[in-house]
Design a protein. Structure first.
Length: 449
């Protein structure tokens, strides 16, 4: 490595440790960008209804789908999402990102509308396919908001952006009410229609008020396919060179995350007896807890060492896997009378006192913090010119390798040994902690501590 390359890597380290601006001034500077504010508001509408996808596997089970079919469809869609991410990364660096931000909302709107109107398997697979294909525009859309925030406040700005996920609580409360009134299936479809309409209105708002955001890349002067391959290959080499530790960590965590996300709620509902209302209560608690932590971690990523923050965040992951394994033996952490009283007050409230509640909330909360941290690492360490391609390649790794999770999980569930899913996840989590402790994210001891 020559001296020029060394200085390029050293710059982000200095940025993450020097933060002279106070919190109030930092927030004021972030919100001084009108496009960031418009993008933020519409993204929060998306987050309000995105929580419905957490229940999608449960919804498919309620329609009679088998575990293996759910896993195969989930895995196939993650592969499509990965391929779409790579193509979308190139698209995001040659196209006005404002158009991609609008298109992202339209993809989400169509997905939810199909889900709300139809129950036929072919059309539900089509809806999931459209949602996966959203990744064609998602990297450019994400790059749009990254263009609109000051680099030195990127952790704070992105944490405010992610904190909008708490609005999913509104959808969860509505779902719990509709489960009582209409049943789970019909209630789910009703909210999907409402969400699809809201996203359509958000797409119109983005088209009307977002400013143009032209990419920073150079003009293409060679054949399209050659330009696409060469630029993505260059971006991949730079990503691996500058953040090799992060690439290894993402590869391992994607598989673990895919296993947990496929199996945790199905396991809770069908093997541990947690009702749909109880799962709604669990996810509500997760969203309420995550917001202040997202803001805290975003600020830590701006002012403290990335490795130190990562160890604090990821250290919880193995505990969540262990707790879900112990849940059949120790289903509750409170007396049975307390659980019964809570359920009498509100259906599903007793789920707060289950062991699986602790396991799932720990996992989901830390996932939000973890991906925020990784997103901030990419923002701080890689060049701005090809932002969309770097994001695309990064998340393509997540989706492509994460596809193994639902496929493996579906096969294990179908064979009747669901707990094995979480044993495998626990082993992967421990391996990731070892990698973070040893090499950090850059792969060079001490450079990101």
């Amino acid at each position: 490595m020559d001296s020029k390359q060394r200085s390029t890597i050293a710059i982000p380290h200095r940025e993450q440790t020097v933060e002279p601006t106070g919190l109030r001034e930092a927030i004021s500077e972030v919100f001084s960008q009108r496009s960031y504010t418009v993008f933020l508001g519409t993204a929060w509408v998306f987050y309000t209804f995105e929580v419905l996808y957490i229940f999608y596997n449960l919804y498919l089970r309620s329609l009679g789908w088998g575990f293996l079919l759910i896993g195969l469809v989930g895995g196939a869609n993650m592969v499509i999402a990965a391929a779409s991410r790579i193509a979308g990364g190139y698209l995001g660096d040659i196209t006005d990102r404002r158009h991609l931000a609008v298109a992202a909302m339209l993809f989400g709107a169509v997905t939810l509308m199909i889900t709300g109107l139809f129950t036929q398997p072919f059309l539900l697979v089509l809806a999931l396919l459209i949602y996966a294909t959203m990744n064609l525009v998602k990297s450019g859309s994400s790059a749009y908001v990254m263009d609109k925030v000051p680099r030195r406040h990127s952790g704070l700005a992105l944490s405010i952006f992610s904190a909008g996920r708490v609005l999913g609580v509104v959808t969860l409360i509505m779902l719990n009410v509709l489960v009582i009134v209409e049943g789970f299936g019909q209630g789910f479809r009703t909210l999907a229609l409402v969400g699809g309409t809201a996203l359509l209105m958000s797409a119109i708002a983005r088209a009307a008020w977002l400013d143009s955001s032209r990419p920073h890349g150079e003009t293409r002067s060679v054949a399209l396919w050659h330009d696409f391959l060469s630029k993505n290959w260059r971006a991949l080499r730079l990503l691996v060179k500058m953040l090799p530790g992060a690439v290894v960590i993402v590869v391992l965590d994607s598989v673990s995350d895919g296993l947990f996300k496929f199996g945790a709620l199905l396991y809770s509902n069908e093997f541990l007896g947690v009702s749909i209302s109880g799962i709604g209560t669990i996810m509500t608690a997760y969203l309420l807890i995550s917001v202040p932590l997202l803001l805290k971690v975003g600020r830590l990523a701006d002012t403290s060492g990335l490795r130190r923050t990562a160890m604090r965040v990821y250290g919880i992951m193995p505990l969540s896997m262990l707790l879900i394994l112990l849940a059949p033996m120790f289903p509750f952490w409170a007396p049975a009378g307390v659980v019964a009283t809570a359920n009498n007050i509100m259906p599903g409230l007793g789920a707060l006192f289950t062991t699986v509640f602790v396991a799932i909330v720990l996992k989901y909360v830390n996932d939000g913090l973890w991906w925020l941290l990784l997103f901030t690492i990419v923002r701080k360490n890689l060049p701005r010119r090809d932002t969309a391609k770097f994001l695309a390649l990064f998340w393509a790794l997540v989706s492509g390798l994460g596809a193994l999770g639902p496929v493996i999980g579906g096969a294990i569930f179908a064979l009747g040994s669901p707990a094995l899913v979480f044993v495998i996840g626990l082993a992967i989590n421990i391996a990731i902690l070892a990698v973070i402790h040893r090499n950090g994210f850059t792969g060079v001891q001490g450079t990101d501590s």
